[in-house]
Design a protein around this ligand. Structure first.
Ligand code: TMP
Ligand code: MG
Length: 206
């Protein structure tokens, strides 16, 4: 059996990541795949609750301390993520370490320092970046109440994301319709899954 694929969707706020993640999960399920949704930050854990308090301005925290909490929130999920992938379940993941680095670097922390705590995390097999100009994100209506939903910071975050971009990323123009984006994301994901399944079959025959 092929290991499940780790499919990551990244992007700035309002780019439509959560909508696309749930559409992708539903489409893969409908095609008979075992698939689950993961979201970072995972606000349900003890660490996640501290992050939530910070994001909703209920609590102040040092920038470095909160960066480490976001990273710890990923580390605490690793065992469960590994287990699911090894059992053949695909994971659709809404934000991951790139968000961690992009937001903290945009706040003024050193890029290399920001990358270090996430070293060794399970790597995504496929990364989509939903790209949206900040002016368009603003037009999509009300940045909410959360700490980072401010134009100036979002612009910096997008710049850092684009610096982090590697040639393996699949760039998605998030100005497109929800359906058009879904079509692209599903097509690339199915291709990735098919390649993994074919490789696993070949390995079995060896
Ligand atoms: P959310 O809106 O996707 O729940 O994410 C909450 C905020 O946290 C969002 O503004 C991005 C930010 N963030 C970080 O600063 N570091 C991280 O590691 C992650 C995953 C998110
Ligand atoms: Mg948000």
């Amino acid at each position: 059996m092929a290991r499940g694929r780790f499919i990551l969707l990244e992007g700035c706020d309002r780019a439509g990541k959560s909508t696309q993640c749930s559409m992708l999960v539903s489409a893969l399920k409908a095609r008979g795949h075992a698939v689950e949704l993961c979201k970072f930050p995972d606000r349900t854990t003890t660490i996640g609750k501290m992050i939530h308090a910070y994001l909703t301005n209920a609590q102040e925290l040092d920038d470095k301390a909160v960066h480490l909490l976001f990273s710890a929130n990923r580390w605490e999920a690793m065992q469960s993520i590994r287990r699911k992938l090894l059992s053949g379940t695909h994971l659709v993941v809404d934000r991951y370490a790139y968000s961690g680095v992009a937001f903290s670097t945009a706040k003024g922390l050193d890029l290399t320092w920001c990358k270090n705590p996430d070293r060794g995390l399970i790597r995504p097999d496929l990364t989509f970046f939903l790209d949206l100009p900040t002016s368009e994100a603003e037009r999509r209506g009300g940045f909410g109440e959360e700490r980072y939903e401010k134009r100036e910071l979002q612009e910096k975050v997008r710049d850092v994301f684009l610096q982090l971009q590697s040639k393996e990323w699949v760039m998605i123009d998030a100005c497109k319709s929800v359906e058009a984006m879904h079509h692209e994301i599903l097509k690339e994901t199915e291709h990735k899954i098919q390649v993994a399944e074919a490789d696993a079959k070949l390995a079995e025959e060896d």
